[in-house]
Design a protein around this ligand. Structure first.
Ligand SMILES: Cc1cc2nc3c(=O)[nH]c(=O)nc-3n(C[C@H](O)[C@H](O)[C@H](O)COP(=O)(O)OP(=O)(O)OC[C@H]3O[C@@H](n4cnc5c(N)ncnc54)[C@H](O)[C@@H]3O)c2cc1C
Length: 641
């Protein structure tokens, strides 16, 4: 065991090494997206759409009904937003309903529902109040119950799951001041005691959602480095920490643009004694645990933002019919109509993606990590456009607070709050950029295995020759197949008018795989740093997944006689728009301004265009002047327990 060396931040190569060692490298179960990135259209992996367990569905009807009624009649979201607090009786009522243990197995006192039912519950809650979603989701999507279910020992489960199911609030503490997207710089330490019975935890965790209210935390901390092949390797370990233990302190309650009542804090750990038995999984596996937790944890936000998209649709449908300008309801003006059509069809695709992913998890036998990342990235971004369009369609009223609307007797539609609450979805639980990096890494993984040394600048001549031979043999068989269709279209007639879109996906995924090969040849090892190119690659894959999910869902609903024709119309419109985006992105893969763009950005960052910043006061300067007052105002915020 080595000593902690926290004096130096991790270098770029150390950061990569840590991320790589925490990666799940095996693919024991199939994945539609993994196959798609390899040029193989495996529709059979997602079609027919998995069915919900009938018992789960029956029990869920009651639970979701009760939850909806509670949200409608008891939750005053304007007051919650205005006060920045969720009243205790609301939290108590959620506890009574079992909303803190939706996915916790019944044997531990939870409701034992499926991922699908959990997602539907979150969708309901977000359609009313984002701060309530943060409370429930930070607790059970990423907080203690999720990693405990996945990695806990029987004793740990028996000790903590019943408490969590009853509503002991929990949180997930990974982020630090210098460790945001990149956890390598983590500096919170857990040092073993001499007798080996415990660890002493020291450090601070930033932006810990539920931290200010939690009883239990999952904390990721650095344990002593391990010496591997003569080199010190950083170790990150996950612990269950009780906030009632001596030395745990909430230093500050953090406040944000939206989600005004989120219980988010800066947490400090000062010589906190954590018993060894509170390690989750094993020493050194903390980062991997965090990433695996997020794989399914990430499935919550796609449903959550679908709830927002549907609420936005409801608002815009009514307003675009009601509001008359220039002699006609605004929905009859083509510019607004276009937005409405895009909004409805995109909301359909968002639901198709989130429900398909949740159902695949429930069915089992499927590796969801790529689909979860796409769902998180795609749905949060698509939802943001919908929210933006909603503000536009509501016009000035979209920018006005609900209280101000109500003050002159207008319907208090909280679009302004919706937008404030929404924006964080593109940042937390893996920012859009980090999701694209993750997906790009996985998309090229197969090729790295085949031709890794060809792309490795550090590989010597012999290794490169060997890799060239191996790659030559492999690609001689693989590449020609990418020009030939799968020939499995006979089964597509059941998709009716949507079949053409699935055929497009089949053709495009082969084209995408071919494109990756050209890009590898064109850029060589530099491809790794060509984020603009790689992100386009990922975006095409995401669109192809969205098209497939939309078609599968529409066909499934049609077969069940549940608004089938309407679903097909929405799916068809969505697919047409998505295909246009795919075609444009394919063009940009090889015809772009990327090098110029990067050069210009570097020049801007190096100060060449500071002249452009003249003629302004500047918000940074303004802050310096008012910072004294701001600090005074914030004085009420620090919390010391
Ligand atoms: C309201 C709120 C709640 C949160 N809740 C929790 C919680 O419960 N638990 C927890 O542990 N954390 C939580 N977080 C932290 C959140 O997960 C981080 O904000 C997020 O991981 C991003 O880290 P960062 O803000 O430090 O951004 P940085 O990592 O500093 O990134 C800044 C920007 O650069 C981009 N970027 C970074 N690296 C790269 C790269 N290599 N390539 C391209 N672009 C890159 C990012 O995408 C981002 O746009 C919360 C944050 C907020 C604001």
């Amino acid at each position: 065991m080595g000593k902690h060396d926290l004096s130096q931040p991790a270098t770029e190569s150390e950061a990569r090494e840590i991320a790589e060692s925490a990666r799940e490298t095996e693919w024991a179960q199939p994945s539609f997206l993994r196959e798609l990135f390899l040029g193989r259209f495996r529709l059979d992996l997602i079609h027919p759409h998995p069915e919900q367990d009938p018992d789960d569905e029956r029990r869920a009807t009651f639970f979701l009904g009760e939850l909806a009624e509670f949200l409608r009649t008891r939750v005053d979201s304007e007051a919650i937003d205005c006060d920045g607090n969720i009243p205790e009786d609301i939290v108590e009522e959620l506890r009574r309903m079992g909303a803190f243990g939706i996915k916790i197995p019944m044997e531990y006192g939870g409701l034992g529902f499926s991922q699908l039912t959990y997602n539907r519950a979150i969708e309901l809650v977000t359609s009313k109040d984002g701060s309530l979603t943060a409370l429930l989701s930070a607790h059970q999507s990423i907080g203690v119950p999720q990693p405990l279910k996945l990695f806990g020992t029987l004793e740990q489960k028996r000790k903590y799951l019943p408490r969590l199911a009853k509503g002991a609030i929990s949180a997930f503490a990974l982020t630090e001041m210098n460790a945001g997207s990149d956890p390598a710089n983590m500096s919170t330490t857990a040092t073993p005691t001499e007798d080996g019975q415990a660890y002493i935890l020291n450090g601070e965790k930033l932006w810990c959602t539920n931290g200010t209210r939690a009883e239990l935390l999952v904390v990721m901390a650095r344990t002593p480095d391990k010496i591997v092949a003569g080199k010190a390797k950083r170790q990150i370990t996950a612990f269950i920490v009780e906030t009632g233990w001596p030395g745990v302190e909430v230093v500050q309650r953090c406040r944000f643009m939206g989600l005004k009542a989120i219980e988010n804090g800066l947490m400090r750990f000062k010589n906190v004694r954590v018993p060894r038995e509170n390690i989750l999984w094993k020493e050194g596996a903390g980062l991997k645990l965090a990433l695996i937790t997020l794989n399914t944890g990430r499935l919550t936000l796609p449903s959550s933002v679908t709830g927002v998209a549907k609420s936005a649709l409801e608002i815009c449908r009514n307003w675009a019919n009601e509001r008359v300008q220039w002699g006609a309801p605004i929905g009859k003006h083509e510019a607004v109509a276009e937005k409405i059509a895009r909004m409805a069809s995109t909301a359909f695709a968002m639901e198709a993606i989130s429900e398909l992913c949740a159902s695949l998890v429930d069915r089992g036998g499927y590796d969801i990590r790529l689909e979860a990342a796409v769902a998180k990235m795609y749905n949060t971004e698509a939802g943001w456009h919908i929210v933006d369009d909603t503000v536009q369609i509501r016009g000035g009223r979209g920018y006005e607070t609900a209280a101000s609307l109500a003050a002159r007797g207008e319907e208090p539609i909280p679009v302004e709050r919706l937008m404030r609450d929404y924006r964080i979805n593109l940042i937390f639980e893996g920012s859009s950029e980090i999701m694209r990096l993750f997906l790009a890494r996985e998309a090229v993984d197969f090729h790295l295995r085949v031709a890794g040394d060809l792309l490795n600048p550090k590989a010597g001549g012999a290794a490169k020759t060997k890799a060239m031979l191996k790659a030559g043999l492999f690609y001689a068989g693989w590449y020609p197949r990418l020009w030939i269709g799968s020939g499995s279209f006979s089964s597509m007639h059941e998709f009716g008018r949507l079949a053409t879109h699935l055929r497009f996906v089949e053709r495009s995924c082969r084209k995408l795989a071919r494109a990756l090969l050209y890009l590898m040849v064109k850029h060589g090892p530099k491809l790794e740093r060509k984020q603009m190119t790689l992100f386009r690659y990922v975006d095409i894959g995401a669109e192809l997944f969205a098209i497939s999910a939309a078609c599968v869902r529409a066909q499934w609903l049609n077969q069940k006689g549940r608004n089938g024709q309407e679903a097909i119309e929405l799916a068809d419109h969505f697919c047409r728009l998505a295909r246009r985006r795919v075609k444009a992105t394919f063009r940009a893969l090889f015809d772009n301004e990327d090098n110029r763009t990067y050069r210009l950005a570097r020049q801007v960052l190096d100060g060449r265009h500071v002249w452009m910043e003249s003629g302004i006061v500047g918000l940074r300067h303004a802050f310096e002047e008012v910072s004294h007052t701001a600090a005074e105002r914030a004085e009420g915020e620090p919390i010391h327990q």
